[in-house]
Ligand binder design. Structure first.
Ligand code: NAD
Length: 475
């Protein structure tokens, strides 16, 4: 291992990684697997310290939530990468058209070089180490910039990574928006960003200067359509789980519900019961995460206040006994918002908190039209038993991903690409899609001694016309 201090200035660190990536372009399976094993050992040996750090970052964020939403997903990803790498790394033979035979052709899969990863705070381990693991598996060097809003877990992650990897192999850079901007301006071979749409635009602009290709995993407003055929009690539990996991601070949380008009009272009852089942109390409940900062909580309260001031009916659905109690730990009560008027920030901005607006529709077409009038969502949810209605929604909406009769679960399926579309992002990862995101797929044609290519060479004449005439008929 080359010992380069991770505290090098950003540019020098990048240069060291860049140099190392060009010095070893062919990264063997054993080394890739060794890097994955070191990452896995880091999680296995320091998992509890890392989840304590996440807990300290949030104020309240249970160890179990970090276990399922960060470590479980990471372990599944690393396990799959480890197992599938030999197959995914192999050159892929492709069929050769008759007019090029007997040449043969293949696609060689090579590391890109140096990959930059910028992460958010909401799942601070999964959304940083996950893309990093995939990029390492694809044979790249990785520089990671985690969020400044999770200082404890980011700092611990940095020290653990620096103990297990050389700095020109995998290093963590700490800092806020200034450092992040400088980071995004480095001429990476690929820049992978997870965060808000607003910052994603800045990242894309900074990367464009270097013609650095990007993956942008952004946010947005993910609709949840409740069909008239839906069993409300069952759906409400899944909607509440998707909405209230991490107190709504999940990129693919259902942002708002589209409900058949007339079902408001039934939905309110079902959702209230679902919340009570999942979280019998809010304030002081270790299972119910806190809002990450006072600033984020103030924004959410302002969204609610604005909605109420403009005539929306805000229903606090926290179980009795905790309703209305402000928690010092920023555990914000879950709410439903009925009859929100157009123009509210609640309907325009991604909510990212435990507030669920309920919009009603008279016909499925109206619901579909409403979704298509906005930016393309990161996720879409549909609940019901009427498969014709389901298929109409699937055929007539475009979103980053979908779960039918559930929320969130498509993200856990490693063979489904995960990513956004339009304003919710571009490029996807997970599974082989992720491996290929960080891989140069180099096309290689191997010519044969018996090639007939000379038939197409000048000087053009009757023989050329004859060959083209034959080909035209045949193609
Ligand atoms: P954010 O955009 O505020 O910050 C994300 C990262 O960008 C941080 O590390 C930050 O330091 C960095 N950053 C800030 N300014 C920058 C700049 N000028 N250039 C480069 N980087 C900069 O997002 P957040 O608040 O941490 O996370 C919440 C958002 O992320 C939500 O919108 C959510 O939907 C989205 N998100 C998306 C996914 C996904 O997979 N699509 C996952 C989680 C979160």
């Amino acid at each position: 291992m080359t010992q380069i201090p991770p505290t090098l200035p950003l540019r020098a660190l990048f240069d060291a990684q860049h140099h190392a990536s060009r010095a070893q372009i062919d990264v063997p399976l054993a080394l890739r697997r060794d890097r994955l094993s070191r990452l896995k050992a880091l999680i296995d040996q320091h998992g509890s310290a890392l989840s304590d750090a996440v807990q300290a970052d949030f104020g309240v964020r249970s160890r179990q939530l970090t276990e399922v939403a960060d470590f479980f997903v990471l372990r599944a990803a690393i396990g799959q990468l480890h197992k599938e790498l030999p197959r995914w790394m192999k050159p892929q033979r492709v069929a050769t058209p008759l007019y090029l035979k007997p040449a043969r052709a293949l696609i060689q899969r090579q590391p890109l070089g140096v990959v930059g990863v910028i992460g958010p705070w909401n799942y601070p381990l999964q959304l940083t180490l996950g893309p990093a693991a995939t990029a390492l598996a694809a044979g790249n060097r990785v520089m990671l910039k985690p969020s400044e809003l999770t200082p404890h877990s980011s700092a611990l992650m940095a020290s653990l990574v620096h103990a297990a990897f050389s700095a020109d192999e995998f290093s963590v850079v700490l800092g806020g928006a200034d450092v992040a901007h400088e980071f995004a301006s480095l001429p990476f071979d690929h820049l992978f960003f997870t965060g808000s749409t607003a910052v994603g635009r800045k990242v894309a602009a900074a990367a464009a200067v270097n013609l650095t290709p990007t993956t942008l995993e952004l946010g947005g407003k993910s609709p949840c359509i409740v069909d008239a055929s839906c069993h409300l009690d069952e759906a409400a539990v899944k909607i509440a789980h998707g909405k209230l996991l991490n107190a709504g601070q999940t990129c693919i949380a259902p942002d708002y519900v589209l409900l058949p008009r007339g079902q408001e009272a039934a939905f309110e009852q079902a959702y209230t019961a679902a919340v009570a089942r999942l979280f019998p109390s809010i304030a002081g409940n270790p299972d119910y995460a806190a809002i990450v900062s006072d600033r984020h909580q103030a924004r959410l309260e302002a969204l609610l206040g604005e909605a109420a001031a403009q005539g929306a009916r805000v229903v606090d659905v926290a179980p009795r006994g905790t309703t209305g109690k402000a928690s010092t730990a920023r555990q914000m009560n879950p709410t439903l918002v009925f009859d929100p008027v157009p123009g509210l920030r609640l309907l325009d901005e991604e909510i990212f908190g435990p507030i669920l607006p309920v919009l009603t529709y008279d016909s499925l077409d109206e619901a579909i039209k409403r979704i298509n009038a906005g930016a393309r969502p990161l996720a879409l949810y549909w609940f019901g038993t009427n498969t014709a209605a389901r298929d109409r929604v699937m055929a007539n909406t475009v979103s980053g991903g979908v779960s039918i009769n559930d929320t969130l679960m498509h993200v856990a399926h490693e063979n489904l690409p995960f990513g956004g579309v339009g304003e919710s992002g571009w490029g996807a990862y997970h599974g082989e899609t992720g491996f290929l995101r960080f891989t140069q797929q180099k096309p290689v044609l191997v010519q044969s001694r018996f090639s007939m290519g000379h038939l197409f060479y000048p000087p053009y004449g009757p023989r050329f016309d004859q060959v083209m005439g034959l080909l035209k008929r045949w193609l």
